[in-house]
Design a protein around this ligand. Structure first.
Ligand code: ADP
Ligand code: MG
Length: 333
């Protein structure tokens, strides 16, 4: 078997409130995959990680990690016997233990001392070892939590929204550090993120959870360009969901359950002014500018075609104002 992790038909209902947090979730994870789990709040992301870590028991399904069954109808391996580590959203460092004690808390940590020393050097926390969690910054707590998680040399690292507690500036720095750390130790990672940018930067695969169901698992670029549902398309940034009937020259289309029709997703930047590429084969779209906002290097424009309202991003080099008539085309096959 080449997969490191196999999750097969996992379902979880919380008895207390009868919430079906996960429904028949199946996927596989290869060695050194970095899979980003993305979904709206309450879609079951943390529950999935907690089940894999052994902190929740699924009602149904099977999980195999490195050829060992860790969950099935007969088997439940306790968290400390699973070869995986979970880093919680709030890092969950022990407040009454020093950084050093936190890091060496794991049962097998003392066996991996040289590797841990190297991680401590790599993450630049050596001068913090005698401090307590409340005496270090959020970014530093994050690094300590990661080193602690890696101290048992897990075959799978589970990260629940690792960057969500950090402010924007720190986030970009920590994101890069995290990418380096993952590469350095060759970790296999399943990482929850509600930030699409994080997912795109860090992951080689993205798994989309929609109300406890896997909507799509794919390369980040495919999720962005070839979404399988309107939910997936919208999770990955602003888009126009339009009837396939009116835009049948766009190849990739999918069924929208709420609208009960086939639709296409056209991102705002995929609209172009017609004069900028007269050789375009796609049909002309005419519309009037309803509103216009200058956002960084582009205009965000709401356009009324008479049939649709379109959200369009156009380079600021163009002179455009409210009530202008525009001629556009979609630069996409
Ligand atoms: P996410 O991490 O995607 O925001 P969660 O996995 O935390 O979502 O939760 C999924 C659903 O399960 C939510 O509706 C949540 O309220 C419910 N849930 C999570 N944990 C529990 C619990 N311990 N008891 C009851 N319901 C829970
Ligand atoms: Mg969560």
């Amino acid at each position: 078997m080449s997969e490191l992790l196999k999750v097969h038909n996992i379902s979880k209902t919380f008895r207390r409130n009868q919430v079906h947090a996960l429904k028949n979730v199946s996927f596989e994870c290869d060695k050194q995959d970095v899979i980003s789990v993305v979904g709206a709040s309450g879609s079951g992301k943390s529950t999935l990680l907690r089940i894999i870590a052994g902190l929740e028991i699924p009602n149904e399904g099977e999980i195999i990690l490195e050829d060992n069954k860790i969950n099935s109808s007969e088997v439940f391996l306790s968290p400390e016997k699973r070869n995986c580590s979970l880093v919680f959203q709030d890092f969950a460092l022990f407040p009454n233990m020093s950084v050093r004690e936190n890091i060496f808390f794991g049962k097998n940590a003392s066996k991996n001392k040289p590797m841990i020393e190297e991680l401590i050097e790599f993450t630049r926390i050596k001068n913090l070892l005698n401090r307590y969690p409340h005496e270090i910054s959020g970014g530093q707590q994050q690094r300590v939590a990661l080193v602690r998680a890696l101290s048992i040399n897990p075959s799978l690292l589970l990260l629940d929204e690792p960057l969500s507690q950090l402010d924007n500036e720190l986030k970009h720095q920590v994101r890069n550090e995290l990418i380096h750390l993952i590469k350095k130790v060759g970790a296999t990672v399943l990482m929850v993120s509600h930030d699409i940018e994080d997912a795109m930067y860090m992951a080689n695969k993205v798994l989309i959870l929609n109300d406890g169901v896997v909507d799509q698992i794919d390369l980040p670029s495919k999720i962005f360009n070839l979404p399988s549902s309107s939910y997936v398309a919208r999770l990955f940034g602003k888009t126009n969901i339009l009837p396939f009937n009116d835009f049948s020259y766009i190849k990739h289309h999918f069924f929208d359950k709420d609208r009960n029709e086939e639709v296409v997703s056209v991102r705002p930047h995929e609209f172009k002014l017609n004069h900028s590429n007269p050789s375009s084969k796609n049909p002309e779209i005419k519309g009037k500018v309803l509103s216009i906002n200058a956002i960084g290097a582009f205009y965000e424009i709401l356009i009324d075609t008479g049939k649709f309202e379109l959200l369009v991003h156009i380079d600021k080099v163009n002179q455009i104002k409210t009530a202008d008539d525009l001629s556009l085309y979609i630069d996409k096959k």
